[in-house]
Write a protein that binds this ligand. Structure first.
Ligand SMILES: Cc1ncc(COP(=O)(O)O)c(C=O)c1O
Ligand SMILES: C[C@@H](O)[C@H](N)C(=O)O
Length: 363
């Protein structure tokens, strides 16, 4: 009878969304002061919204159940007139991983521009994509530009403050708004050594995920002007995102902000160490130099006798969980619940897979 292997250790590298609440978060949740957030009287939600707005130097904040909803609300508030169009990266999370919600729910037309390998879009291409108002009889109307920082699908690359400033100037020149999908904005801030408020200074709105690298169990906060946030609050209710005693989950997010912001740099160091180690394994290809934050994409190279399926199975059997991204491509995301020892263990599992499995395949 085939005995299933007892997994001695689990190293969950699928995403930074997989973290479990810490004891401090659980204690804060249990003790949270709560009230009805739809009626605007949950004191812990207000504390979290105020803290995130303060950190990003924006007038106000709004707690939202997910990053997807925070992006949807932000785009729909900025593009509240029929026929609106948003310029965004063709490899951005909003364009790829949010079910086209801005169009299917919001009726907003996407105007995708090529996402470069560093997560940027060429400024010239952005400007060339802005609709000429003289063609308003036939064209959609450009109203918004969306950036993503750090940029998930290009491997957690950071958009530099000079670039964001230039896009902000372009938006202002053309009377457009700028939204930043800042699901991992704190990762970018730490990696660049730029204060987070400076990094988002030109943005009219930012969505910040607390449930990613910061390790909160749930939630995002949108920040922007008081007027913008008032409209966002109403749209949140329309979308069913207005919840009652959210103070329970906001309390955990406050702990995450307090306790985990300082751990992001260690996540980045772990990611770099793992990327360098993986790149030394024959049969794997990693652009270790491009690993700036907590995300690693790697490919199984041509000629490697090991398939992605075999590697995935071998890793899973040893408790290492990664995210398949294609026939020969996978993703690893580091977070505060991955230790340096986990990194070494993971590397040894990869090394064993390539040496062990390739022997099995008669290499
Ligand atoms: C860059 C980026 N934006 C937005 C989201 C959406 O966040 P959520 O999963 O909370 O909807 C994610 C991932 O989940 C993301 O990686
Ligand atoms: C896959 C994507 O939706 C998610 N934000 C992640 O990075 O895991």
């Amino acid at each position: 009878m085939m005995m299933s292997k007892i997994v001695a250790r689990t190293v969950d590298l699928r995403s930074d969304t997989v973290t479990k609440p810490t004891e401090a978060m659980r204690a804060a949740m249990a003790a949270a002061e709560v009230d009805d957030d739809v009626l605007g009287t949950d004191p812990t939600a207000f504390r979290l919204e105020s803290e995130v707005a303060r950190m990003l130097c924006k007038e106000a904040g709004l707690f939202v159940p997910s990053g997807t909803m925070s992006n949807l609300i932000s785009v729909l508030v900025h593009c509240d007139i029929r026929g609106s169009e948003v310029i965004l990266g063709d490899n951005s999370h909003i364009h790829i991983y949010e079910n086209g919600g801005i169009s299917t729910i919001g009726g907003v037309h996407p105007r995708p521009v090529k996402s470069n390998e560093d997560g940027t879009m060429d400024i010239g291409l952005i400007e060339a994509s802005i609709r000429d108002p003289r063609g308003e009889l036939v064209y959609p109307t450009t109203r918004l530009i969306c950036l993503e920082n750090s940029h998930g699908n290009t491997g957690g690359r950071c958009l530099h403050v000079e670039y964001i400033d230039k896009v902000g100037e372009l938006a202002k020149k053309h009377g457009l708004r700028l939204h930043i999908d800042g699901a991992r904005i704190f990762n970018a801030s730490v990696a660049l050594g730029v204060p987070v408020d400076r990094l988002v200074q030109p943005a009219d709105s930012v969505s910040v995920c607390l449930s990613k690298g910061l390790g909160a169990p749930v939630g995002s906060v949108i920040v922007g002007s008081k007027t913008f946030i008032a409209k966002a609050r109403r749209l949140r209710k329309t979308l069913g995102g207005g919840m009652r005693q959210v103070g329970f989950i906001c309390a955990a997010a406050l702990v995450a902000l307090r306790e985990n912001l300082g751990k992001l740099e260690h996540d980045h160091m772990n990611a770099k160490a793992l990327a360098v180690g993986l790149n030394q394994i024959e049969g794997l290809r990693v652009n270790a130099a491009a690993v700036e934050t907590n995300i690693i994409f790697f490919d199984i190279t041509e000629g490697s006798k090991i398939t992605a399926a075999e590697l995935y199975k071998h890793l899973a059997e040893h408790g290492v969980l990664v995210m398949p991204e294609g026939p020969s491509r996978m993703r690893i995301v580091l977070h505060h619940q991955i230790s340096s020892s986990d990194v070494q263990y993971t590397l040894s599992c990869f090394q064993q897979a390539f040496s062990g499995l390739q022997e099995e395949n008669g290499n």
